[in-house]
Design a protein around this ligand. Sequence first.
Ligand code: AMP
Length: 575
Amino acid sequence: MSEEAKQGVFGIDLGTTYSAVSFIDEAGKPVIARNALGNETTPSVIYFENETNVVVGETAKETAKIAPDSVISLIKREMGNEGYVREFFGREYSAPALSSLILKEVSRGAEADSGRKLAQAVITVPAYFGMLEKAATREAGELAGIQVIGIVPEPVAAALSYGLGTDSETKTILVYDLGGGTFDVTVIRLGTDEIRVLAVKGDHLLGGADWDSALVDHIVGEVTAQLGDDSIRDDDMAIQEIWNQAEKAKQQLSQMQSRKVIVRHSGGAATFEITRAQFEEMTKHLLDRTIEITHLALDALDEKYPEAKAQISDVLLVGGSSRMPAVAEALKREFGWDAKLSDPDLAVAKGAALYAAAQWGKIVEWQDSDGETASGAQGEPSTPVFAETEAESQSALVRAERETGLDRDDLKKMGEREIIGSLPKAVGIALADTTVDGWDDPSKGPTPLYVEHIVPAGTEIPLKVPATITAMTAFANAPEIEVALYEQAGTVVGRALAENRIIQAKRIKGLSEFNLPAHSPIEVQLTIDGDGLVRVHAREPKSGRDVKFEGRISFLDADTMQRDKDSLAVLTVMS
Ligand code: AMP
């Protein structure tokens, strides 16, 4: 790709079994970028070939059976697991570090296919992911060198790609997502100014692979019966081949009524037909389980939002496995729903690209790392500066319309909706501990500190009203005052500094000339956006001096982040 390639507007569906990337084309439409092998989705599988080479995608998936100890799959299941670490060739990797390898490979393929630079992107996450898992996902992006301009729940992305993001009325939508290895039912409300997940239920060990497995059992049974020999059960290569055949047969049975299967083994061959009806019969218990979970989601919805069930206006099918005709039939039979099916395995990525476009509609300019205004959507990766005033919003929209090809009003409608989440860890600032004798006596050493948690865990974010507190200086004539922002470190909230993790600290400077008395008030205000970005504004009222800074709720601590960077630095990623 040339140096001058245009920066593209990208969305990435970082899936449990498959990942996909979409970008906004010249016509303002989200399209899928194909990978190096020409495929629309890439297996989320990583193969550590040697000290320096890593293979991601189809080849890695095919290697899984041959070199299981060097292959990682289903890494998404570990994204919230703080203790998770894997070692390959003497180097350690966290779950975000491993995910970053998938992101690196899919973005490389997407850049080549789209002819656009992928410097920023929106990444999707399951609706049940908390802020911590979202932070881990964001950090995976960072480790892959991608600036993550938004993290979006998958069902929300799906709704956007189904064209439901630009309605001017509030809509309640149910998303039935049956992928390769997970199943989720989510009810979301797309309001005019907020998007709220009303109910989520799922089984993260249920997916297309279970349908494959049922078919494999059936095929092995037929082969054994026809050949009068069950030695195939011990032949790993033959069984792997049957798995591949079963997945293909399953997919074809979504279009055809029957499919011929031929299996050769130890000099003989077994030939038989599998009909769709047979396949549906042998997998009925799996489909029934998804219906049961859908009922549970509706029960949970009823409990919290009794009016919402009757308001469900659209039922969307997402995930490759929802292509099985039996899915829509069961939803019709059981609930009377006419579920919509359109590009179910690509809808999430496409919706993410649309969400990315909406984010662009809020960006006034891009800045280089030195704070200089960058040359628009061209050139090196740069940091977005989001619009704050009405005038800035207008010019951001005009610019995004020009650059994405999407309609200004649509961008505005999509961008105006805040996604409501919940704060995973309490956040607070360090204060002088006035319960300690001599806390304000400078001769007794430094001021004893503790963390006052101003915003408790579980608080809805973005914060509608900023959290405020008035702190106090300990000693008279302080020349500077440090304001330190902390987050709860473990699962239990504790006030000791050691039970918390520092996010960021800055000083209010230039106070010596004001001769502030001891116990002078310092006003501190915290705001938290939907992505967990905490903004701090601390002010000394007498002098008017203040300090502003921001920091993010994090998943990886600084040491682990550095270790991951070092581990990743020596690797080359290939497909
Ligand atoms: P996803 O994680 O959304 O990419 O879904 C992948 C799963 O969808 C895999 O189990 C695929 O075998 C399955 N799948 C893809 N296409 C079809 C199809 N036409 N019929 C049935 N299952 C399919």
